[in-house]
Design a protein around this ligand. Structure first.
Ligand SMILES: [Zn+2]
Length: 291
């Protein structure tokens, strides 16, 4: 059985680089954990997929957080990823439902709305750098391309897609980034644009139809010769633990903790993965002692 993975490679005899990722199982796990509607699944799935692509060039335990702060009904979409292929994320309003676009596609742009895209990089020394750019369309791939161009002066082509079935399951999800490298000619850029422009199948359908990443890449790249340099596993993975949530409880103080207690216990829920953690009265008293 196929599993999610991220591939990195070159094309046009080294004059461009690409990153391709299959995220079908990862996005399905996010959908299941958060109980999301199709349009929420598509929005978070695209953002998590784009996050994995941008995170693939990070070093060691660095991480990247992407936040879509739009005025649409989803209110906010957040994803965090690292170069080990781990990603987590959530939408503020997971049940949002909107009519399909005339094309029959989920209206991610309307669900996200317009506003700012914030990109934060957490470096190995603990420093965090955040860049903000206005969103172009809320369709996410275009917004990330715009971010890369304006904040990092890198021109790119990006495809992100999530195919949600009528029963809400994710049938296919994935993404592709192509960036010209120094030495790329005008013809190279035209060849890339023309290849991506002539695809008559969306990337999420290509992922769903392909038996392997290599097959998907051949269909995506067409006549453009490409070379695979690296393959990495990809999965939905959260960093929460009961200990970490205890530290959060310490930070809200004795009164805050007292407010959380009902029926001699309290429950904490992780935003990122929707895992529920129960704290007994005894545990809460111990935590209060650390405040
Ligand atoms: Zn979690």
């Amino acid at each position: 059985m196929q599993h999610d993975e991220l591939l990195i490679g070159t094309m046009l005899e080294g004059r461009a680089r690409w990153v391709a990722v299959r995220t079908t199982d990862t996005v399905e796990e996010a959908r299941r954990r958060h109980g999301m509607s199709p349009v929420a699944t598509a929005a978070l799935g695209r953002l998590m997929t784009g996050t994995l692509i941008l995170a693939s060039s990070l070093k060691g335990d660095e991480s990247i957080t992407l936040r879509l702060l739009g005025d649409g009904p989803l209110k906010g979409v957040v994803a965090v990823g690292n170069a080990q292929g781990e990603v987590r994320g959530y939408v503020q309003e997971p049940l949002v439902d909107l009519p399909l676009k005339d094309s029959g596609k989920l209206d991610v742009g309307a669900a996200v709305g317009r506003g700012e895209l914030a990109v934060s990089r957490s470096l190995q020394n603990g420093e965090v750098y955040t860049g903000m750019v206005p969103m172009v369309s809320g369709e996410i791939a275009e917004d990330l391309v715009h971010y890369l161009l304006t904040s990092e002066q890198i021109s790119s082509a990006m495809l992100l897609g999530v195919l949600v079935e009528k029963d809400y399951h994710v049938a296919g999800a994935g993404g592709l980034l192509i960036q010209p490298l120094p030495g790329a000619t005008e013809e190279d850029i035209q060849a890339i644009e023309s290849q991506l422009g002539q695809l008559d199948t969306g990337i999420s359908e290509l992922v769903a139809q392909s038996q392997s990443m290599d097959e998907m890449l051949e269909r995506l790249m067409g006549q453009l010769a490409f070379h695979v340099l690296e393959r990495r596993e990809v999965e939905f993975s959260c960093t929460c633990t009961k200990d970490r949530l205890s530290d959060t409880l310490v930070s809200i103080g004795k009164e805050g903790i007292a407010d959380l207690i009902t029926d001699q216990k309290a429950e904490m829920v992780c935003h990122f993965c929707n895992e529920h953690y129960q704290f007994t009265l005894e545990e809460l008293q111990q935590i209060s002692g650390r405040c």
